[in-house]
Design a protein around this ligand. Structure first.
Ligand code: PBG
Length: 322
């Protein structure tokens, strides 16, 4: 036998030398759920280890995480007033706006603040846009989303991440940001976001489940891989700086395909359901949490993800899994 692949697997030192995929702490973004009030810190039952934080508690937690190198956050606002027009989403007093300002005031350039831009947690009906006769109306939703992105940029967000899946929202956000002097505020679009059952635990966390119907008239059909590239290319043309695929685990083909089809950085979102399944199985002693988590993270990188958004980030950093 001339070729014996096992030669290069003989012991750790050689396995480490030939490893094709290496993770770096720089790749990770940690999501946070921010609620109004003071001294609020509540665990989210469906997402063990993840909490709702009021801004003061968020600062304390961010400081702890920062000591371990967790320095990039994705903020979600929860428990704000819900209206039909989602007006609390673009208020200059929103809990996300307050969180951005306080984070920036306390940690300055040591952190990078990204905000989720979507109205599902701010509408009475829980849809990601404005309803016209029970249909999520695209263009009026885009107007609201653009205003929301602007409010976040004005508060000091480094990057906005539209997750609504309306057509044309990246272009509209780029335009409103540039118009107000925020040409350096970046956009990471949830470019390829599938209508997925893997968001189940998040909807408890964000209290954002649609009251009626589902999100299939705006989020993508999970049977479509070619259309995924079309969505991504549109966002790229409209000015997105980073393209995200979401969820991640069941969509490795899409991550991989996107990596070969764009020059932009590719992000993947290791979503709530993916996280909760691992946590639940680990709690039962059915799997080794550290090994499963790190196998998943390497798989994202191997598939082509440059950036990983994951609720596991804190465990990975604090427990020195990386
Ligand atoms: C808001 C939004 C969702 C997620 C991120 N932004 C939920 C949804 O679209 O229903 C999911 C995140 C997760 O499951 O971790 N539109």
């Amino acid at each position: 036998m001339i070729q014996r692949p096992r030669r290069l697997r003989k012991k750790p030192i050689i396995r480490e030398m030939i490893a094709e995929t290496r993770l770096s702490k720089n790749m990770f973004i940690y999501p946070y759920f921010v609620v109004p009030g003071k001294k609020e810190k509540h665990s989210i039952a469906a997402m063990p280890g993840i909490h709702h934080f009021s801004v003061d508690e968020l600062l304390k937690d961010a400081e702890k995480g920062l000591k371990h190198g967790v320095d990039k956050f994705l903020l979600f606002g929860v428990n704000e007033e819900k209206t039909k027009d989602a007006s609390s989403s673009f208020s200059n007093n929103s809990v996300v706006v307050k969180a951005i300002k306080e984070l920036k005031k306390n940690f300055g350039e040591d952190i990078y603040v990204i905000t989720d831009v979507c109205v599902c947690a701010y509408t009475t009906h829980g849809h990601c846009g404005i309803l016209h006769d029970d249909y999520v109306h695209n263009d009026s939703s885009v107007e609201v989303l653009a205003k929301m992105a602007l409010a976040h940029a004005q508060a000091g967000a480094d990057m906005v991440a539209p997750s609504d899946m309306m057509d044309g929202r990246v272009g509209a956000i780029r335009e409103i940001l540039d118009g107000d002097g925020f040409e350096n505020t970046a956009i990471m679009s949830y470019a390829v976001k599938f209508a997925s059952a893997f968001y189940g635990p998040f909807r408890e966390a964000a209290d954002s489940a649609p009251q009626k119907g589902d999100r299939k008239s705006y989020q993508m059909d999970f049977r479509n891989g070619r259309e995924a590239m079309k969505e991504a290319m549109l966002d790229e043309q409209e000015g997105s700086d980073i393209l995200m695929v979401k969820p991640a685990l069941a969509y490795m083909d899409v991550i991989s395909n996107l990596r070969t089809n764009t020059l932009l950085p590719v992000a993947c979102y290791n979503v709530s359901g993916e996280y909760s399944m691992v946590k639940a199985a680990a709690k039962n002693g059915w799997i080794d949490e550290q090994k499963i988590v790190m196998e998943n993270m390497h798989a994202f990188a191997r598939a082509g993800a440059d950036i990983i958004i994951s609720y596991h980030t804190r465990d990975i950093f604090e427990k020195n899994w990386i």
